[in-house]
Ligand binder design. Sequence first.
Ligand code: FAD
Length: 526
Amino acid sequence: MNRTDMWRRIEAHPKAWDMIVVGGGATGVGVAIDAAARGYDVLLLEQSDFGKGTSSRSTKLAHGGVRYLEQGNIGLVMDALKERGLLLQNAPHLVHDLAFVVPNYDWWEAPFYGLGLKLYQLLAGKYGFGTSRILSREETLQYLPTLKTEGLRGGAVYYDGQFDDARLLIHMVATAFEQGATLLNYAEVTGLTKDAKGFVDGVEARDVETGNEFRAAAKVVVNATGAFTDLVRLKAEPAAESMIVPSQGIHLVFDASFLQGNSAIMVPHTNDGRVLFAIPWHGHTLVGTTDTPVAAVTLEPAATEKEIDFVLATAGQYLTKTPTRKDVLSVFAGVRPLVRAADAASTAALSRDHVIQIDRSGLVTVCGGKWTTYRHMAEDCVDQAAALAQLPDRPCPTHHFAIHGSHGFAKEEDAKELGSLDVYGSDVHEIRKLIATDARLSEPLHTALPYLKAEVIWAARGEMARTVEDVLARRTRALFLNARVAVEMAPAVAELMASELGWDTAHRAKKLDAFLRVASNYVLSS
Ligand SMILES: Cc1cc2nc3c(=O)[nH]c(=O)nc-3n(C[C@H](O)[C@H](O)[C@H](O)COP(=O)(O)OP(=O)(O)OC[C@H]3O[C@@H](n4cnc5c(N)ncnc54)[C@H](O)[C@@H]3O)c2cc1C
């Protein structure tokens, strides 16, 4: 994939696209895969990098949502559990199962959570991940050696999926491309065009790299802009009522010593009734999340001091090694696009399910849901959009549909040998080819993280990375794992990108500065 070729495809496109998708997160790219795989002619435009929005800032769980079970939302949980199973089948190189332990400190918790989690397991049916069961105190500590023992009675274990969100997204972009879709990052949709009857028939957009404005016509336009949904709807109908209530979640990242072993902690009820996870991820410990309503949405949301204190304090209640501010290697925030429900007083009461809305202007909006259910959201959305645009009726083919990278990928023992390159699946061969032509590309970028110089070249050459941030935040996960280390890696990344993409010195300095500004948002001062 390369941006120049994508541009050529757009310029050479003589007629209206069957479908234009606005937004390059999990939802939009999912729609592009589905529509292209049905044989429709699709253009996707993303204002920043693919995954710059919420889709790179999640807890990285392919899950049914244990919490929604407690709220009695069985249908929602069953659907998500099925999608979790399909995701494992379709992207086995990126999704794996993980044991989650709910620690018990009160006598009633073991039977209560034990029963609930058994139901969770049964609801997955043939898409099950592992057997839930009640654990003794000793067994709990075998799963979680760094769990506080004071007052600990035991626990309950259940299984969910874990994945690398930005990496999966990039492989989904590649999948959509292989199916014939054209996908352009750094292309902001600034307006929607309408026909004589007032129906949306295309977009006005701006190439963020050059500032050039362009128009593209389409039989139907899909708005998949997550937390930005209402802003795009207002472009079609200035009086449109808002349908999104943005709610922010944050994560703190620590080194692996805080959570030794391969299991996660799930706290179903924090002191103020929220859910908290502590999860092993890429050799680090990821702790989050909160659920705080926010007034405005931005591409780079910042964690509040209150949220940081809350996560630190709650993690400290469970971990033997109490985490402090100086232990935080990275902090990141993301905004949930929750769908507004009448009279919803708190974000927990808002719909976590997805919604397809067709406005009077014919703009199709798909929002809500979660990462895990992106495929189902896309299926419903394309069904509706195709019917509206009177596209030829074609069934959804994505239930059993390999995501890029999953063909002939290395399994278990082989994957161990690949180390951190295992997330590339079959693309690992491309990285090896680069190293074979230039042995210096096998050098690591930093001693603290496993990323190689070859990954930077591959990101720029084959994965449409355009900035230092694209490489350090989403093609690799350096910024999310250790922000200070990512800052130290940045000059070498800028130099490699400059040689690959032909940047001059001034452009390289500009890209480096831009990254350093963004990275400061991920560094926590002590
Ligand atoms: C803290 C947190 C943790 C979460 N954890 C999980 C989890 O563990 N598992 C799970 O299943 N779900 C999880 N979710 C939910 C999941 O991450 C989101 O539902 C999902 O990522 C939303 O994807 P999206 O594509 O709708 O939105 P986004 O990823 O935000 O994508 C929307 C895109 O639209 C682009 N855009 C906006 N305006 C324009 C425009 N005018 N022109 C062009 N492009 C535009 C944006 O730049 C953005 O990239 C979590 C959410 C949060 C906030």
